[in-house]
Each structure stands twice: as structure tokens, then as C-alpha cells.
Design a protein around this ligand. Structure first.
Ligand code: SF4
Ligand code: SF4
Length: 447
């Protein structure tokens, strides 16, 4: 049974998908919603006397060694207080809210694996961020954004604990990666991976100006000559161009996944493209402008298992069940799925926290059936692959009686983005086949 949600009895045995789910039939349910601020909603409810005890499970990245932790069970922490020592191998982690640390222990966080988390009982006092610690944080952003150089930006991103929402990479590391690989054009990625996801689109619609400013700072940090914003739908594109005049904006016409297609087009016309999440761009702008760390995230809660799907702004560390309850989870929900449908994972413990990487939670009333058909030779898998791999060829070669490894070109370059699997109308798990092919190549026993 799913743990942690009262009245929710859909699953009677843990159900984990070995691969993603396909959601084409739900395309019409794509969201075009504004962002609901859960903390603001709670404050209104508290004023009406409906207050419930709350806790957060804050991931303490890079603080496995006790010497890297600045807090202990029983400590009181303020909003934005730094929880991990600088230089612990990961950006600093700051507390999203004030409260008492009850416990520190490792948890299996969805999409991230085992992560040390601090359980924080949120204090009942008003969370207005006016603590001395917060004031100290604010003073860190006093340098004007226009006068920041590359080192300033990287330091600021590290102190603000900013991570890219697409793969969780700390922003300083991503900047270094882009710089060393010669990225020419930087894309502020508002492209959602599947029809149920809308968190990137929602943030882009509502914070286009901040996203463009953050993108400009990040382009400076990674040495990209050009930058642009990318929106999945024409609807989002129209909203963005109305408020952001200086940065070019591209619409991908509602197709998902679109990242690989855009990367291929840019490679042919401008040069190598690097992608950074819209939420990370907005966080970078706020760190520069106001000196505040990235302690909240926007998550789409969707699927036919909730009656009020939406985009929710929540503190990092909020349990999944809180988001589902806010969106009216139905009692006959059978599956809760975290992350992009094709590459995320099913969860059975709903007390686990959301992190900066949790862009989408999908609740479904039926367990999906992944049907597979023969390849029809449409070539979509090759068009979406950012690494120049031909997944249809890999599929063909790897399913022959005798596999010729010399025909498995480029497979070592696969990033496991699952775009090919998502694009394949035949439902073939191409990402898994490419991973198998890469293992064969790596074994090296064919030469
Ligand atoms: S999973 Fe690998 S092969 Fe498939 S699109 Fe991504 S990089 Fe290309
Ligand atoms: S997307 Fe699927 S069906 Fe189309 S060529 Fe690739 S493997 Fe074949």
C-alpha cells in the first residue's frame, strides 16, 4: 500500500515500473495553468485556525561526512540558514523555512537515490524571512547584476545552492561543463518532457523577465556567445514574447520531447547548444538581485488520479503527499509517478520529499500497459537524439542473431535522456537498447 496518504488505498503491493509510461492518449490534458503558491494558501488557512503540524525533509547534498553538517538534531534553524559547510563537494543547502531539526537520516529520494535528509518540524511562527540569518543572506546580493563577472556568478550560484531542475546538476558544475565543451548558444529550457508536465512552461510564462536575466548571467558564466528561451507551446511563446522583448524566444509547436530536435537544429545553424532549466535561471536572477537561495520549486501535479491538477510552488523537502492532497487525489489512484513519464520512477512511499529535480508528479487511476510494435522506420528517434545516435539502427543490430558491435556507432555518447523512447510511436524502449549496446562496446571483446 502507498504509505503516507489517508484514505488512499489504491495499491496493495509495491508497484515499480522497470521503464517509463507512454501518455499519448492524454495529450489533450496538457496544462495551461498559473502557479499556486502553497505557502500563501497555508498562511490563509492558518489565519482561519485550520493549522496542521507540518514537516519538511530537506536533502543535505554533499554532507554525508558529519564535519560537513552545520546542524544537529534538536537545533533550531531560521529561514535561509545555511545547513551544510561550503566546499563540501556540492552547493550550499539553505533551510526553506524556520523550525526545529528532529532527525537526520538517509532516504531513498525519487530520481536521486540515497540522500541524507534533515527532518525539520516547521515552526508555527510567521515565515516572513525577516530573521537575522535571512538579512545576512540578503546582503550577499548587494553587487549590481550588471557588474558581476564570471567568478562572482559562479560563487553566487554555489552559495544559493542552485541546481538545474532537469538533471540536478549544480549550476557551477554545469557552467564548467558548457565552457569546456565549447557551447555556443545557451537555451533557457522551458520545454516539458511529456504532455502532463507544465512546470517549466508555467515558470516561463510567469517569470519570463527574470528567466531572461538569469539566462544572461549564466551565459556569461559559461562563455556562450548567444542565448535564447525555448517554449513547448505556442500559447507559452505568445505570453513570453509579450513580456520579454530582448531575448529571442522559440516555440516548438507543442511537440514533446522537443529538446533533441531543437539541439539538432541549433547545431546545424549556430553551433553546439547547452540547455539550462528555466527554474535554475530564475533562481540565479533572484540570488543576484535579492541574495536569496533556491529553496522552493514549482511542480506540476497531474494525471487522472487528481481532480484539480495544477502547478504548485512549494518549499524543497515538502512530502509528495502534501502536493497530492492539495490537488485532490482520488481514492482509486493506482500509481504515483515522479519525473517525466518516460524516464521517471514510480513511488510507493508518499512521505518522501520533492527536490529541485521534481518537475512533475503524475497520479493515474490505472496502471499503464506499455505495448510494443515493430519499427515502422519513421526516423523520429534519430531526429530527437542530441548525441547523433541512430537508435533505430541500434534496435535493428542488437536484435539480430549475431550482433556486429562495429555497427553500433556513437552509442557510448548516450546520455540516457530517454527522448528516443518517448518519441518512438512503436513503443520500443530504445534508451535501454542503446544502453545495452554501449555495454557491449565498452566490454571491448569484439576487436
Ligand atoms: S537516450 Fe541516448 S540514444 Fe536516446 S535520445 Fe537520449 S542520448 Fe539519444
Ligand atoms: S522512432 Fe521507433 S518506429 Fe520510428 S524509426 Fe525509430 S525505432 Fe523505428
Amino acid at each position: 500500500m502507498l504509505r503516507g496518504l489517508h484514505g488512499f488505498h489504491g495499491l496493495h503491493s509495491p508497484y515499480a515500473l522497470s521503464r517509463g509510461i507512454r501518455l499519448e492518449k492524454h495529450r489533450s490534458r496538457s496544462l495551461k495553468k498559473g502557479i499556486r503558491d502553497i505557502e500563501a494558501e497555508k498562511q490563509k488557512e492558518n489565519a482561519k485556525g485550520k493549522k496542521k503540524p507540518e514537516f519538511l525533509l530537506i536533502p543535505l547534498y554533499g554532507a554525508e561526512e558529519s564535519s560537513a553538517r552545520l546542524i544537529h538534531p534538536g537545533d533550531r534553524v531560521e529561514k535561509y540558514q545555511v545547513l551544510t559547510a561550503p566546499g563540501a563537494g556540492a552547493p550550499e543547502v539553505c533551510s526553506p523555512m524556520a523550525g526545529i531539526v528532529e532527525d537526520i537520516r538517509p532516504l531513498q529520494v525519487p530520481l536521486e537515490g540515497s540522500v541524507l535528509c534533515a527532518r525539520l518540524r516547521v515552526s508555527g511562527e510567521k515565515q516572513d524571512g525577516d530573521s537575522p540569518q535571512n538579512g545576512k543572506k540578503k546582503s550577499r546580493g548587494k553587487k549590481k547584476e550588471t557588474s558581476l563577472d564570471r567568478a562572482d556568478i559562479l560563487r553566487m550560484a554555489e552559495k544559493a545552492g542552485i541546481r538545474d531542475e532537469f538533471d540536478g546538476t549544480p549550476l557551477p558544475l554545469l557552467a564548467e561543463r558548457f565552457r569546456s565543451s565549447g557551447v555556443k548558444v545557451l537555451v533557457g529550457c522551458g520545454l516539458d518532457d511529456d504532455p502532463y508536465g507544465d512546470s517549466s512552461g508555467a515558470v516561463l510564462r510567469e517569470c519570463a523577465r527574470e528567466a531572461a536575466e538569469g539566462l544572461r548571467l549564466f551565459a556569461l558564466a559559461c562563455g556562450a556567445q548567444r542565448s535564447m528561451l525555448a517554449a513547448t507551446s505556442f500559447y507559452t511563446w505568445r505570453r513570453v514574447v509579450a513580456s520579454e522583448k530582448e531575448t529571442p524566444v522559440v516555440s516548438m509547436g507543442g511537440r514533446t520531447p522537443a529538446r533533441g530536435v531543437l539541439a539538432g537544429k541549433l547545431r546545424r545553424s549556430v553551433g553546439k547548444a547547452g540547455f539550462v532549466g528555466i527554474q535554475a535561471c530564475v533562481a540565479l536572477y533572484r540570488a543576484a538581485r535579492e541574495g536569496i537561495p533556491q529553496t522552493e520549486t514549482v511542480v506540476t501535479v497531474s494525471g487522472d488520479g487528481v481532480w484539480k491538477p495544477g502547478n504548485l510552488r512549494v518549499p524543497v523537502g515538502t512530502p509528495i503527499e502534501v502536493l497530492l492532497n492539495r490537488c485532490g487525489v482520488l481514492p482509486d489512484t493506482k500509481l504515483v509517478y515522479i519525473g517525466p513519464a518516460i524516464a521517471g520512477e514510480a513511488v510507493t512511499d508518499l512521505t518522501l520529499p520533492v527536490t529541485q529535480r521534481t518537475r512533475c508528479i503524475t497520479a493515474l487511476k490505472q496502471q499503464p500497459i506499455n505495448k510494443t510494435y515493430a519499427c515502422i522506420g519513421c526516423g523520429r528517434c534519430a531526429r530527437v537524439c542530441m548525441r547523433g545516435i541512430l537508435p533505430w539502427l541500434v534496435h535493428d543490430v542488437i536484435n539480430r542473431d549475431t550482433v556486429d558491435p562495429l555497427m553500433l556507432w556513437n552509442v557510448e555518447r548516450c546520455t540516457s535522456c530517454h527522448s528516443c523512447s518517448a518519441a518512438c510511436p512503436a513503443g520500443i524502449d530504445l534508451a535501454a537498447e542503446v544502453a545495452r549496446a554501449a555495454a557491449i562496446r565498452r566490454s571491448g571483446d569484439f576487436e
